[in-house]
Design a protein around this ligand. Sequence first.
Ligand code: F6P
Length: 327
Amino acid sequence: MRTIGVLTSGGDAPGMNAAIRAVVRGGILQGLNVVGIGHGYQGLVEGEIIPLEMRSVSGHLHRGGTLLATARSADFMTEQGFARALATLQDNGIDGLAVIGGDGSYRGALELAKAGIHVVGLPGTIDNDIPGTEYTIGFDTAVNTCVELSDKLRDTAQSHERCSVIEVMGRHCGNIALAAGLACGATAILVPEITVDFEQDVLARIDETRSTGKRHFILIVSEGVFGEGFPFKDSAEIAGAVTERLGIPARTTVLGHVQRGGNPSARDRIIAAEMGYLAAELLSRKGTPRAVCYQDGRVCDRDLAQALAMPKPFDFEQYRMAMAVSG
Ligand code: F6P
């Protein structure tokens, strides 16, 4: 009987458990032996093999996090660590691997493929920033968390007639900020993909809506905006500028890692299950490296290297629309 492995790598994302469950059960139904690797690539380096069967993945579908644990492994990137990881696979007779994670995890999988391992990548990150797929596992849950928390912040901003500056995740991309900002009617959304003129696009905009009677304001800021060329070093400074320039009291909330946790939404569970099941099927066929993707409302697969080389465009059109309807 062939053995395949499954691991989660990089930042966790709600829905990863649903994907693991589907890989495990789908693999067993394909006649494969399935093992888990704990702590991502680090577990591969250290030989952390977890035997799995149908029941091992019971009771996790609805839970956030990853039952296999995850890590970012510096060891795996070294020649010695990579050799140890390969030895773990060989010693345990594992010839196929499902890697659930971001684009860095995909690149690790491609290296293993060069050494003869059948690999399949599944997109797992709240950031929705992986090329070759329109959707990544965890994004919907993270956005819903942002919206739920922003709604609460709006209540108090409304009562006190304040501006609420809300910072959301997205290391280098504004996808979470855009979706959350649109869903909660933010007065302005700051994302790394778009250079804003703070005077015109934020302060003048707040002032303009104030002149039409608005008394509370939500600014959604992606963590990725801070850096070279951006006039503020953090969200607190943005709030300070709003108060200083417009006389509007402002408060800052950095949502942080709460966005990565919580029970996955139905959408994340369903897409993750479909992706995991397809990954098991692909691994049972022993093909070349594949990436499981989401395109035009369906789960599909494509060549892993080609997927990584594809663009991941920001939705400028949606951004323009979000700004047009806010006010
Ligand atoms: O999972 C992606 C992400 O949440 C980014 O948006 C964020 O910048 C990063 O991970 C933070 O991860 P950590 O604190 O685990 O290093």
